[in-house]
Design a binder for this molecule. Structure first.
Ligand code: B12
Ligand code: SF4
Length: 513
């Protein structure tokens, strides 16, 4: 095992975690270089360790679009294969050896990406690294790559392959995020292993965000990502073409431009399908838009509340309503049958040791169906990172631990250990029988599907591992998802007929990623 995974494993004593969820498959050094297959490109989503106290299900809810978005620009005379190491299928393919290997790099799996890159390069493949970590730390990535792709892969990939083919690959390729987003091709979903995801329909309608929170990758130095939108009709057509009942929007914030979201909902409504998306809570400024979202099939939203303390939100430069108004806004979503998966960041400068119980109580009082917790993490090249670095508060630069499940900086009002313990307590508490029960929907008819969803999603990691290992994720969930869709279509008819709706239809799928 690579020593890079040791600190991670040592710190993971908090739940059941089989080896294959904690460490990647071995890259056998004794495998010798086979013949290179010309015009064959392999795209790899590297392994990252899973947090055993959170749900393993989250990782196979829907695929990342990082690779399949630009795979769509591969010229026809090239063969392209997709490999996601998190699907537990062992080491990535090597016979025949690809001519080009494209790897997406995030900071938490940068070490694994480098291991893979070194392994393929030493056997003759040309390795191209791209993704968020290449953008924020290019000099760290460069020694492991034949070429770095900084920025939008959709623009870069065809250039890279053309140069590889002509034998003149350059070491650096850069592109902005400012092209006309409507010109992008449809992501190439045909290369995804359909059986391995709850739904293969990850959709992305917009890029960017109207906020620029100091801790978010959107605020990375030098990154210009204006809010760009695809045509609503393009998105509806993609959803229809993938033949799945349920889609997950992976947009940073689908609610950044409300006029656009309204148009998108109009395009989605006739499909009679269901979807979830990340939105910021200010989307509830317009109650009519919430109703329109529900009528268009929105069953859940992933909301970055981040904190219940206004001073923390101000420090993070998040433009958001007052935390005291969050409860009313959550009620509005619930009244329209939209489940709320709240995302909370722990360890801000105004957080004291009571933040854990206070946040957990609020989640229960407001019956959030699901909640996701993140320890505040300064991503390199963000304003938060600079601040922590200047204040001498960073504990280390061991990126594998920058996974929002570890304290990597010195918090103001508690110790790093207390922060990690509080974070672990929050998951254990919110996934407990008693808390799941306290958060049941008000409407009794919605309680059974809520309980099924909660128990399968939150308390079944052994089951998830089996499903993933045996490619049964899709087969096991499809009937439940279809049932949710049918219930939701019925609910929408009632909602359309009534002025306001007070008896929401519950979903068994968790909202958002
Ligand atoms: C889907 C998703 C997931 C999925 C799948 C993740 C996976 N890697 O398989 C799930 C739910 C499992 C997940 C989990 C987590 N995620 Co996540 N996730 C996303 C999300 C919402 C969408 C990703 C996506 O499809 N983007 C759209 C694609 C098209 O954009 P892109 O990735 O930037 O790719 C483009 C370019 O970068 C470039 N490119 C990328 N790779 C390559 C490679 C080559 C060769 C080339 C040429 C180009 C290229 O071309 C692409 C087209 O322009 C993003 C937010 C977002 N909207 O991006 C967060 C995000 C990536 N996740 C994040 C985090 C923190 C996590 C977690 C650590 C959170 C947690 N504690 O649970 C976990 C753990 C996963 C991990 N260790 O990486 C952060 C990462 C921050 C950072 N600086 O690294 C993000 C940015 C969210 C945020 N706003 O903070 N996630
Ligand atoms: S609202 Fe969300 S996506 Fe937008 S900058 Fe803030 S954290 Fe990032």
């Amino acid at each position: 095992m690579s020593p890079d995974y040791q600190p991670f494993l040592q710190s993971r004593k908090r739940g059941w975690c089989p080896a294959e969820m904690a460490r990647p498959p071995l890259l056998d050094a004794t495998i010798s270089a086979g013949p290179i297959q010309p015009r064959y490109a392999l795209l790899i989503n590297p392994f990252y360790p899973k947090d055993p106290i959170a749900s393993f299900g989250k990782h196979v809810l829907t695929p990342t679009l990082a690779l399949i978005s630009f795979a769509a620009t591969t010229p026809e005379h090239w063969e392209v294969q997709y490999w996601d190491e998190n699907l537990l299928d062992g080491r990535p393919p090597f016979a025949p050896m690809p001519e080009v290997v494209g790897i997406t790099v995030h900071l938490t799996f940068a070490n694994r990406a480098f291991e893979l890159a070194d392994w393929y390069r030493s056997r003759g493949s040309k390795v191209v690294l791209g993704g968020l970590h290449v953008m924020s730390c290019p000099t760290e990535c460069a020694p492991h790559a034949d070429a770095l792709a900084v920025g939008d892969g959709v623009q870069l990939w065809p250039r890279i392959l053309a140069d590889a083919e002509a034998g003149c690959l350059r070491t650096n390729y850069t592109a902005t995020y400012e092209s006309d987003y409507r010109q992008d091709p449809v992501p190439r979903r045909s290369i995804l292993p359909r059986k391995s995801f709850l739904t293969t329909t990850s959709l992305i309608a917009t890029r960017g965000c109207h906020n620029r929170c100091a801790f978010c990758y959107v605020a990375t130095e030098g990154l210009r990502m204006p809010y760009r939108m695809r045509d609503p009709g393009q998105i509806a057509a993609e959803f229809e073409a993938d033949r799945q009942p349920y889609a997950v929007f992976v947009d940073n914030n689908l609610g950044s431009n409300r006029a656009y979201l309204r148009e998108l909902c109009q395009a989605l409504r006739p499909l009679n399908k269901i979807w979830s998306a990340a939105v910021s809570i200010d989307v509830t400024d317009d109650p009519n838009l919430i109703r329109i979202m529900a009528l268009a099939g929105c069953t859940g939203v992933f909301v970055g509340f981040e904190s219940l303390t206004d001073e923390n939100l101000a420090d993070a430069r998040k433009k958001t309503p007052k935390a005291s108004d969050y409860a009313r806004r959550v009620r509005m979503l619930h009244e329209n049958g939209i489940q709320v998966n709240g995302s909370f960041v722990l360890g801000f400068d105004h957080d004291r040791k009571d933040v854990f119980t206070r946040t957990a109580n609020w989640i229960e009082e407001n019956r959030l169906e699901c909640a996701t917790f993140h320890i505040l993490t300064p991503y390199p090249a963000t304003p938060l990172f600079r601040q922590m670095e200047t204040e001498g508060r960073l504990l280390h630069r061991d990126w594998v631990l920058y996974d929002t499940a570890h304290a990597v900086f010195r918090p103001k009002n508690m110790s790093p250990e207390e922060l990690e313990q509080g974070y672990a307590w929050m998951y254990q508490h919110l996934f407990s029988h008693v808390s799941i029960w306290r958060r049941r929907p008000v409407d009794w008819l919605a309680v059974a599907p809520y309980l099924v969803g909660s128990y399968l999603y939150k308390r079944s990691n052994r089951f998830w591992r089996l499903l993933i290992k045996h490619h049964l994720v899709h087969a096991a969930w499809r009937p439940l998802v279809e049932l949710t869709r049918i219930r939701h279509v019925r609910f929408r008819k009632e909602l359309a007929a009534s002025e306001t709706q007070k008896s929401p239809g519950a979903a068994v799928v968790a909202a958002g990623v």
